[in-house]
Design a protein around this ligand. Structure first.
Ligand code: KE4
Length: 430
């Protein structure tokens, strides 16, 4: 029973929209009331009713070291001795800028902000200012935060302009966003023909996490890089999720593509509010106060988030970190696949490094249309069956799950066992 969670949620729904501070937490995609968490420790979360779960959400990606890593906690305790925010320059923000630009050679300059949304909004503004163009291109199923230009769904065809994907987004603005299917090279070529020299930017998740995990098709990123370079279009890699996740140098290191601008977040704040955008000096030097493109933030570069981020990146640089993440997640993905096959439940597991998604579909999942062939009712049943066995997956079929350095072989084995039992229940139609 989750009596305390239910009591809290009843109160919350009278106080906050949908009772939550971010929609996905409301558990609408999986049914039932959301769970209220009281504590995190290593790979585990404990809810307000005292139940403990192996956590594969990890605050939607930031906690790549797991909850309350001792060295991160110690670093935060230390910086608390000196204050929480000054609204001034601080030494630590310079150090974090150094670590980020060392790890991402395409970032000659970087600006810290307080969320991924701020990062992508700002990167788009820089791209539009630098090119003098207004149109941008994104891909269906990619999420880049809730900036107006990015809450846009595809028009009826490549040539047609975008439609608002949320009330409140001005139609005139939505029409400036073209939306294509991810991994669709033909559509990409056509869009660059139809909108020749008119696109300010293309923004994408180089490995998508927000339709569930979907890797780029062979050659897709390379062709995108060539087309954007040919037409003076700014290529923006939104690595808010993949940055320091799929590898220390992100997807741009993994796939050896040099974007013009990159957005980061999540891991670089070690669990505290953060975002960042950066890229070529010729682009970023347009940003105030070095240039006319305005962007600002009260808590940008605040000592707490920067300290947690610096310690997290330091630990990620230690030998074997990414090899351990890769091995743990490979074992988990293979275990999930084999248990599903054994139970004759049709699933597809997509994985890049320590981010993955279990899709309840027999089809390959390469874009949003194929992702949507997933049986979301089955996913919801599976999610609740795992929850009842002490395993917390993302409460939506269209989200990525994450493994941390705090997860152990035993945690993975326990998860595979729980999944096997959950698949068996599905197979019996329960
Ligand atoms: P935030 O504004 O939520 O910090 O970041 C927006 C964002 C930008 N780009 C990518 C690739 C992202 O994944 C995100 C945020 N990710 C979601 C999870 N899919 C955050 C969870 C939520 O919205 O509650």
């Amino acid at each position: 029973m989750a009596a305390r969670s239910q009591e809290l949620f009843r109160k919350a729904t009278r106080l906050m929209p949908g009772g939550v501070n971010s929609p996905v937490r409301a558990f609408r995609a999986v049914g039932g009331d959301p769970i209220y968490m009281a504590r995190g420790e290593g790979p585990r979360l404990t809810d307000v009713d005292g139940r403990t779960f192996i956590d594969y959400v990890l605050s939607w990606g930031p906690l790549i070291l797991g909850h309350r890593h001792p060295e991160v906690m110690e670093a935060l305790a230390g910086v608390m001795e000196t204050g929480t925010s000054f609204g001034t320059c601080t030494p630590a923000e310079v150090e974090l800028a150094e670590r980020i630009t060392e790890a991402y050679p395409s970032l000659e300059r970087v600006r810290l902000v307080n969320s991924g949304t701020e990062a992508t909004m700002s990167a788009l503004r820089v791209a539009r200012a630098a090119t003098g163009r207004d149109k941008i291109l994104k891909f269906e199923g990619c999420y880049h935060g809730h900036g107006d230009s990015l809450l846009v769904k595809a028009g009826s065809g490549v040539a047609t302009l975008g439609l608002p994907d949320s009330p409140g987004v001005p139609r005139a603005l939505a029409e400036l966003t073209i939306t294509l299917a991810f991994n669709d090279l033909a559509a990409l070529e056509e869009a660059f023909r139809v909108h020749r020299n008119e696109l300010a930017a293309v923004i994408l998740e180089p490995v998508v996490g927000n339709m569930g995990c979907v890797p780029p098709a062979e050659g897709f990123l390379e062709r995108l890089r060539n087309l954007t370079a040919e037409q003076g279009t700014i290529l923006i890699f939104d690595e808010v999720m993949t940055g320091f996740r799929v590898s220390y140098g992100g997807a741009q290191e993994l796939y050896k593509i040099r974007p013009d601008l990159t957005t980061l977040g999540k891991v670089i704040g070690g669990g505290l509010p953060v975002g960042a955008y950066g890229g070529k000096a010729s682009l970023m030097d347009q940003v105030a106060p070095s240039g006319p493109v305005y962007q600002a933030g009260t808590l940008s570069g605040n000592p707490l988030a920067v300290t947690a981020g610096l310690k997290t990146l330091e630990i990620l640089r230690r030998p074997g970190a990414y090899e351990k993440l890769e091995a743990l997640t490979r074992t988990l993905a293979e275990g999930l696949r084999s248990r599903a096959v054994h139970a004759e439940v049709a699933v597809t597991v997509n994985r890049v490094g320590s981010m993955f998604t279990l899709f309840f579909t027999p089809h390959a999942v390469t874009d949003y249309t194929s992702a949507k062939t997933s049986d979301t009712a089955r996913f919801a049943t599976f999610f609740r069956a795992l929850l009842g066995r002490g395993v917390y997956f993302p409460p939506s079929q269209f989200e990525a799950a994450f493994v941390s350095l705090a997860h152990s072989d035993e945690d993975v084995a326990q998860t595979i066992k729980a999944a096997g039992e959950a698949f068996a229940r599905l197979a019996r139609g329960k």
